[in-house]
Design a binder for this molecule. Structure first.
Ligand SMILES: Nc1ncnc2c1ncn2[C@@H]1O[C@H](COP(=O)(O)OP(=O)(O)OP(=O)(O)O)[C@@H](O)[C@H]1O
Length: 151
């Protein structure tokens, strides 16, 4: 049996899509303040439900705090902040993908659900490892120097 392939979108179809923008959405944020409120609700949900998010947040705060305490250069602190932000951002995306997968397949097993969840978790792991490497490279030399001078 041949598989049905959707035709590429024509300019007319695109303008129809634009005019029906967000038609399927249950609710649309009415202004920027409301958008921030929902964004904060997402961060709060992740914090309350995801143990890994709480661990990563603590480690990131510690790394940034230590980099300030050790008087690292502004660029170095910025690099640590960027890599930390990336980990937390991917944790949020991971939570969103998990929720979408669970919403779609509910409590049934599906190979593609596994791929989606495993890849999302893999993205967090990659960013966490890179972040750890960057933090160790920038923090360890001044930290060791401080410990050596103290004893
Ligand atoms: N519906 C499903 N179909 C197939 N495999 C699934 C399904 N749900 C979960 N899994 C498998 O179980 C693993 C753990 O599921 P879970 O929902 O706890 O993901 P997780 O929340 O990504 O873990 P973490 O919170 O540590 O990132 C997934 O990575 C996936 O391999």
């Amino acid at each position: 049996m041949s598989q049905q392939i959707s035709p590429p979108p024509t300019p007319n179809r695109i303008s129809t899509l634009v005019s029906k923008e967000r038609e399927l959405s249950w609710q649309i944020a009415s202004n920027l303040f409301v958008s921030f409120k929902y964004a904060w609700a997402g961060i709060s949900y992740s914090f309350q439900t995801q143990r890994n998010f709480r661990i990563h947040l603590s480690v990131c705060a510690f790394a940034i705090g230590l980099s300030i305490f050790l008087h690292l250069q502004s660029v170095e602190i910025a690099i640590i902040a960027i890599t930390s932000g990336l980990v937390l951002t991917l944790e949020l995306v991971n939570t969103a993908i998990e929720s979408l997968v669970d919403l779609t397949v509910k409590q049934t097993y599906h190979d593609l659900a596994k791929v989606a969840k495993d890849c999302a978790a893999g993205a967090v792991l990659v960013s966490a490892l890179v972040s750890l490497l960057v933090a160790a490279t920038l923090l360890l030399p001044p930290l060791v120097a401080l410990i050596v001078t103290a004893f």
